[in-house]
Design a binder for this molecule. Structure first.
Ligand code: FES
Length: 317
Protein backbone atom coordinates (compact mmCIF):
# COMPACT_ATOMS: atom_id res chain seq x y z
CA UNK A 1 0.00 0.00 0.00
CA UNK A 2 1.34 3.44 -0.98
CA UNK A 3 2.76 5.68 1.73
CA UNK A 4 2.85 9.48 1.71
CA UNK A 5 5.75 11.21 3.46
CA UNK A 6 5.22 14.80 4.61
CA UNK A 7 7.31 16.77 7.09
CA UNK A 8 9.48 13.74 7.87
CA UNK A 9 6.52 11.50 8.83
CA UNK A 10 5.02 8.74 6.68
CA UNK A 11 1.35 7.80 6.47
CA UNK A 12 -0.49 4.86 4.83
CA UNK A 13 -2.75 6.29 2.15
CA UNK A 14 -5.13 3.33 2.18
CA UNK A 15 -6.73 4.14 -1.18
CA UNK A 16 -7.54 7.72 -0.11
CA UNK A 17 -6.43 10.90 -1.83
CA UNK A 18 -3.30 12.57 -0.49
CA UNK A 19 -5.52 15.43 0.71
CA UNK A 20 -7.77 13.09 2.73
CA UNK A 21 -4.80 11.11 4.01
CA UNK A 22 -2.90 14.19 5.25
CA UNK A 23 -5.85 16.14 6.66
CA UNK A 24 -6.96 13.02 8.59
CA UNK A 25 -3.53 13.20 10.28
CA UNK A 26 -3.97 16.88 11.15
CA UNK A 27 -1.71 18.22 8.39
CA UNK A 28 -3.11 21.66 7.40
CA UNK A 29 -3.32 21.35 3.60
CA UNK A 30 -5.37 24.23 2.09
CA UNK A 31 -8.44 22.97 0.21
CA UNK A 32 -11.81 24.11 -1.03
CA UNK A 33 -13.67 22.22 -3.79
CA UNK A 34 -12.08 18.78 -3.19
CA UNK A 35 -12.91 18.07 -6.83
CA UNK A 36 -9.75 19.03 -8.73
CA UNK A 37 -11.10 22.42 -9.81
CA UNK A 38 -10.08 25.27 -7.50
CA UNK A 39 -6.37 24.27 -7.32
CA UNK A 40 -6.12 25.46 -3.69
CA UNK A 41 -4.75 22.05 -2.61
CA UNK A 42 -1.71 22.29 -4.88
CA UNK A 43 1.37 20.42 -3.61
CA UNK A 44 4.71 19.38 -5.01
CA UNK A 45 6.18 15.90 -5.16
CA UNK A 46 9.88 15.86 -4.23
CA UNK A 47 10.43 12.09 -4.28
CA UNK A 48 8.57 9.43 -6.26
CA UNK A 49 5.84 9.93 -8.85
CA UNK A 50 2.18 10.80 -8.70
CA UNK A 51 -0.36 9.53 -11.28
CA UNK A 52 -0.77 11.79 -14.33
CA UNK A 53 -4.43 12.43 -13.48
CA UNK A 54 -3.33 14.28 -10.35
CA UNK A 55 -2.04 17.21 -12.44
CA UNK A 56 -5.12 17.51 -14.68
CA UNK A 57 -5.93 21.18 -15.35
CA UNK A 58 -2.59 22.53 -14.13
CA UNK A 59 -0.49 24.70 -16.42
CA UNK A 60 2.36 22.88 -18.20
CA UNK A 61 4.86 25.06 -16.30
CA UNK A 62 3.49 23.76 -12.97
CA UNK A 63 3.46 20.15 -14.17
CA UNK A 64 7.10 20.58 -15.25
CA UNK A 65 7.92 21.47 -11.63
CA UNK A 66 6.15 18.35 -10.25
CA UNK A 67 3.12 20.16 -8.84
CA UNK A 68 -0.13 18.23 -8.47
CA UNK A 69 -3.56 18.52 -6.83
CA UNK A 70 -3.71 16.67 -3.52
CA UNK A 71 -7.48 16.10 -3.71
CA UNK A 72 -7.13 14.41 -7.12
CA UNK A 73 -4.07 12.35 -6.25
CA UNK A 74 -4.45 8.67 -5.34
CA UNK A 75 -0.83 7.51 -5.17
CA UNK A 76 0.07 4.07 -6.49
CA UNK A 77 3.63 4.09 -5.12
CA UNK A 78 5.39 5.77 -2.17
CA UNK A 79 5.82 9.54 -2.54
CA UNK A 80 7.23 12.44 -0.54
CA UNK A 81 5.35 15.72 -0.89
CA UNK A 82 5.63 19.32 0.30
CA UNK A 83 3.43 22.40 0.28
CA UNK A 84 4.55 24.97 -2.34
CA UNK A 85 6.24 27.37 0.11
CA UNK A 86 8.10 24.64 1.95
CA UNK A 87 9.77 23.58 -1.28
CA UNK A 88 12.02 26.66 -1.31
CA UNK A 89 15.44 26.27 0.30
CA UNK A 90 18.06 29.02 0.77
CA UNK A 91 21.62 29.41 -0.49
CA UNK A 92 24.49 31.88 -0.41
CA UNK A 93 25.66 33.72 -3.49
CA UNK A 94 28.64 35.95 -4.27
CA UNK A 95 28.21 39.20 -6.16
CA UNK A 96 30.23 39.01 -9.39
CA UNK A 97 29.22 42.30 -10.99
CA UNK A 98 26.98 45.30 -10.28
CA UNK A 99 26.08 47.80 -12.99
CA UNK A 100 23.36 50.37 -13.46
CA UNK A 101 21.44 49.43 -16.60
CA UNK A 102 19.69 52.82 -16.58
CA UNK A 103 18.92 55.46 -13.92
CA UNK A 104 16.33 53.22 -12.24
CA UNK A 105 17.42 49.65 -12.88
CA UNK A 106 20.42 47.95 -11.32
CA UNK A 107 21.90 44.85 -12.96
CA UNK A 108 23.26 42.30 -10.46
CA UNK A 109 25.20 39.18 -11.43
CA UNK A 110 25.46 36.48 -8.74
CA UNK A 111 27.35 33.22 -8.47
CA UNK A 112 25.47 30.70 -6.31
CA UNK A 113 27.35 28.54 -3.79
CA UNK A 114 25.69 25.45 -5.27
CA UNK A 115 24.03 24.97 -8.67
CA UNK A 116 20.60 26.60 -8.68
CA UNK A 117 17.98 24.60 -10.55
CA UNK A 118 15.81 27.10 -12.39
CA UNK A 119 14.20 28.11 -15.63
CA UNK A 120 14.74 31.54 -17.17
CA UNK A 121 11.88 33.78 -16.03
CA UNK A 122 11.31 32.19 -12.63
CA UNK A 123 11.94 34.32 -9.54
CA UNK A 124 14.07 34.02 -6.42
CA UNK A 125 13.60 35.72 -3.06
CA UNK A 126 16.48 37.93 -1.98
CA UNK A 127 17.09 38.33 1.77
CA UNK A 128 18.55 41.54 3.21
CA UNK A 129 17.95 40.36 6.77
CA UNK A 130 15.41 38.25 8.68
CA UNK A 131 12.56 40.66 8.01
CA UNK A 132 13.38 42.17 4.60
CA UNK A 133 12.84 39.97 1.57
CA UNK A 134 11.97 40.84 -2.02
CA UNK A 135 11.28 38.71 -5.10
CA UNK A 136 13.26 39.25 -8.30
CA UNK A 137 12.90 37.48 -11.63
CA UNK A 138 15.84 35.73 -13.26
CA UNK A 139 16.93 37.24 -16.58
CA UNK A 140 19.71 34.68 -17.05
CA UNK A 141 19.41 31.40 -18.95
CA UNK A 142 20.94 28.36 -17.18
CA UNK A 143 22.25 26.81 -20.39
CA UNK A 144 23.94 30.08 -21.46
CA UNK A 145 25.27 31.63 -18.24
CA UNK A 146 26.86 30.40 -15.03
CA UNK A 147 25.88 33.54 -13.15
CA UNK A 148 22.38 34.59 -12.17
CA UNK A 149 21.27 37.92 -13.64
CA UNK A 150 18.78 40.11 -11.74
CA UNK A 151 17.31 43.50 -12.69
CA UNK A 152 16.44 45.53 -9.58
CA UNK A 153 14.13 48.53 -10.00
CA UNK A 154 14.76 51.49 -7.71
CA UNK A 155 11.67 51.95 -5.53
CA UNK A 156 11.41 55.38 -3.84
CA UNK A 157 12.23 54.76 -0.14
CA UNK A 158 12.37 51.04 -0.88
CA UNK A 159 14.29 49.23 1.88
CA UNK A 160 15.76 46.58 -0.36
CA UNK A 161 16.34 48.52 -3.59
CA UNK A 162 17.89 51.54 -1.78
CA UNK A 163 20.23 49.22 0.09
CA UNK A 164 21.24 47.42 -3.11
CA UNK A 165 21.71 50.63 -5.14
CA UNK A 166 23.78 52.31 -2.44
CA UNK A 167 25.83 49.47 -0.95
CA UNK A 168 26.19 46.46 -3.17
CA UNK A 169 29.62 45.77 -4.61
CA UNK A 170 31.50 42.82 -6.14
CA UNK A 171 32.47 40.03 -3.70
CA UNK A 172 29.60 40.85 -1.31
CA UNK A 173 27.54 37.86 -0.23
CA UNK A 174 23.78 37.66 -0.64
CA UNK A 175 21.30 35.00 0.48
CA UNK A 176 18.65 33.92 -1.99
CA UNK A 177 15.93 31.27 -2.07
CA UNK A 178 15.47 28.49 -4.59
CA UNK A 179 13.67 29.53 -7.75
CA UNK A 180 9.89 29.40 -8.04
CA UNK A 181 7.10 30.63 -10.29
CA UNK A 182 5.43 29.44 -13.46
CA UNK A 183 6.41 32.28 -15.79
CA UNK A 184 8.88 30.45 -18.04
CA UNK A 185 9.21 28.85 -21.48
CA UNK A 186 8.09 25.26 -21.95
CA UNK A 187 9.21 23.31 -25.02
CA UNK A 188 6.81 21.19 -27.04
CA UNK A 189 4.99 23.73 -29.24
CA UNK A 190 7.80 25.25 -31.33
CA UNK A 191 5.38 26.73 -33.90
CA UNK A 192 3.23 28.59 -31.39
CA UNK A 193 3.36 32.39 -31.65
CA UNK A 194 4.32 34.17 -28.42
CA UNK A 195 3.41 37.70 -27.33
CA UNK A 196 5.48 39.23 -24.51
CA UNK A 197 4.58 42.56 -22.85
CA UNK A 198 6.62 44.26 -20.11
CA UNK A 199 6.97 47.58 -18.36
CA UNK A 200 10.15 48.69 -16.58
CA UNK A 201 12.19 45.91 -14.99
CA UNK A 202 9.43 43.46 -15.96
CA UNK A 203 11.74 43.02 -18.93
CA UNK A 204 13.99 40.76 -16.81
CA UNK A 205 12.03 37.50 -17.00
CA UNK A 206 11.11 38.12 -20.64
CA UNK A 207 14.76 38.67 -21.62
CA UNK A 208 15.49 35.22 -20.18
CA UNK A 209 12.38 33.57 -21.67
CA UNK A 210 13.07 34.89 -25.19
CA UNK A 211 16.67 33.70 -25.20
CA UNK A 212 15.62 30.34 -23.75
CA UNK A 213 12.96 29.91 -26.45
CA UNK A 214 15.41 30.80 -29.24
CA UNK A 215 18.01 28.48 -27.76
CA UNK A 216 15.44 25.69 -27.86
CA UNK A 217 14.76 26.35 -31.56
CA UNK A 218 11.41 28.08 -31.19
CA UNK A 219 10.07 28.79 -34.69
CA UNK A 220 6.85 30.72 -34.05
CA UNK A 221 6.91 34.53 -33.69
CA UNK A 222 8.29 36.03 -30.49
CA UNK A 223 6.97 39.61 -30.29
CA UNK A 224 8.31 41.64 -27.36
CA UNK A 225 6.71 44.98 -26.42
CA UNK A 226 8.58 46.92 -23.72
CA UNK A 227 7.00 50.08 -22.30
CA UNK A 228 8.60 53.18 -20.77
CA UNK A 229 7.66 56.84 -20.28
CA UNK A 230 10.62 57.97 -22.36
CA UNK A 231 13.66 56.46 -24.13
CA UNK A 232 15.80 56.80 -20.96
CA UNK A 233 13.71 54.09 -19.30
CA UNK A 234 14.82 51.33 -21.65
CA UNK A 235 17.77 49.03 -21.09
CA UNK A 236 19.31 45.97 -22.81
CA UNK A 237 18.33 47.78 -26.02
CA UNK A 238 21.47 46.88 -27.94
CA UNK A 239 21.33 43.24 -26.81
CA UNK A 240 17.69 42.96 -27.94
CA UNK A 241 18.39 44.66 -31.28
CA UNK A 242 21.27 42.24 -31.89
CA UNK A 243 18.97 39.33 -31.04
CA UNK A 244 16.45 40.66 -33.56
CA UNK A 245 19.14 40.80 -36.26
CA UNK A 246 20.17 37.21 -35.51
CA UNK A 247 16.62 35.76 -35.42
CA UNK A 248 13.97 36.59 -38.02
CA UNK A 249 11.17 35.33 -35.76
CA UNK A 250 12.00 37.75 -32.92
CA UNK A 251 10.62 41.29 -32.93
CA UNK A 252 11.47 43.94 -30.31
CA UNK A 253 9.14 46.93 -30.07
CA UNK A 254 10.08 49.51 -27.40
CA UNK A 255 7.06 51.79 -26.75
CA UNK A 256 7.28 55.33 -25.36
CA UNK A 257 4.15 56.56 -23.59
CA UNK A 258 5.19 60.15 -22.92
CA UNK A 259 6.02 62.64 -25.67
CA UNK A 260 7.43 62.11 -29.13
CA UNK A 261 8.96 58.80 -30.10
CA UNK A 262 12.12 58.86 -32.13
CA UNK A 263 14.85 56.53 -33.32
CA UNK A 264 13.01 53.23 -33.48
CA UNK A 265 10.74 53.83 -30.50
CA UNK A 266 6.99 53.39 -31.05
CA UNK A 267 4.72 56.06 -29.50
CA UNK A 268 1.89 54.91 -27.19
CA UNK A 269 1.10 52.90 -24.08
CA UNK A 270 2.74 49.50 -24.42
CA UNK A 271 -0.45 47.48 -23.90
CA UNK A 272 -2.44 49.61 -26.39
CA UNK A 273 0.28 49.27 -29.01
CA UNK A 274 0.53 45.50 -28.53
CA UNK A 275 -3.23 44.90 -28.58
CA UNK A 276 -3.70 47.07 -31.69
CA UNK A 277 -1.13 44.93 -33.51
CA UNK A 278 -2.46 41.65 -32.12
CA UNK A 279 -6.25 41.87 -32.09
CA UNK A 280 -6.61 38.09 -32.52
CA UNK A 281 -4.52 36.01 -30.10
CA UNK A 282 -6.22 32.68 -30.71
CA UNK A 283 -3.61 29.97 -30.23
CA UNK A 284 -0.96 32.38 -28.92
CA UNK A 285 1.06 32.04 -25.74
CA UNK A 286 1.31 35.25 -23.71
CA UNK A 287 3.81 36.48 -21.09
CA UNK A 288 3.02 39.63 -19.07
CA UNK A 289 5.42 41.21 -16.58
CA UNK A 290 5.86 44.49 -14.75
CA UNK A 291 3.40 47.02 -13.36
CA UNK A 292 0.65 45.01 -11.55
CA UNK A 293 -2.16 47.19 -12.99
CA UNK A 294 -0.86 46.72 -16.53
CA UNK A 295 -0.50 42.97 -15.95
CA UNK A 296 -4.05 42.70 -14.60
CA UNK A 297 -5.55 44.62 -17.53
CA UNK A 298 -3.40 42.79 -20.05
CA UNK A 299 -4.51 39.40 -18.71
CA UNK A 300 -8.12 40.36 -19.34
CA UNK A 301 -7.49 41.90 -22.76
CA UNK A 302 -5.34 39.05 -24.08
CA UNK A 303 -7.94 36.53 -22.86
CA UNK A 304 -10.74 38.41 -24.63
CA UNK A 305 -8.54 38.54 -27.74
CA UNK A 306 -8.59 34.73 -27.83
CA UNK A 307 -5.60 33.52 -25.78
CA UNK A 308 -6.44 30.56 -23.55
CA UNK A 309 -6.04 31.13 -19.79
CA UNK A 310 -3.72 28.12 -19.77
CA UNK A 311 -1.46 29.98 -22.19
CA UNK A 312 -1.27 33.29 -20.28
CA UNK A 313 1.66 33.61 -17.87
CA UNK A 314 2.07 36.63 -15.65
CA UNK A 315 4.64 37.93 -13.21
CA UNK A 316 3.94 41.14 -11.28
CA UNK A 317 7.60 41.81 -10.31
S1 FES B 1 -9.41 21.26 -3.20
FE1 FES B 1 -9.99 22.24 -5.06
S2 FES B 1 -8.60 21.38 -6.49
FE2 FES B 1 -8.20 20.27 -4.69
Amino acid sequence: MAKVTYGGLSYECGGNSILDCLTAQGVPVPSSCRAGVCQSCIMRVVDGQVPQKASGGLKPTLIAQNYFLACACYPETDVEVVLPDAALGKMNTRVIRVEQLNADVLGIWLKPSRPLEYKAGQFINLFKDESTTRSYSLASVPALEETLFLNVRRVPDGLMSSWLFENLKPDDELTISDAAGDCFYVTGKPEQNILLIATGSGLAPLYGIIRDALLNGHQGMLSLYHGSYNPDGFYLVEELRQLMLAHQNFKYIPCVSDGEATDGYTPGMVLDVAMTKHADLTGWRVFLCGNPEMVKTAKRQTFFAGASMRDIFADPF
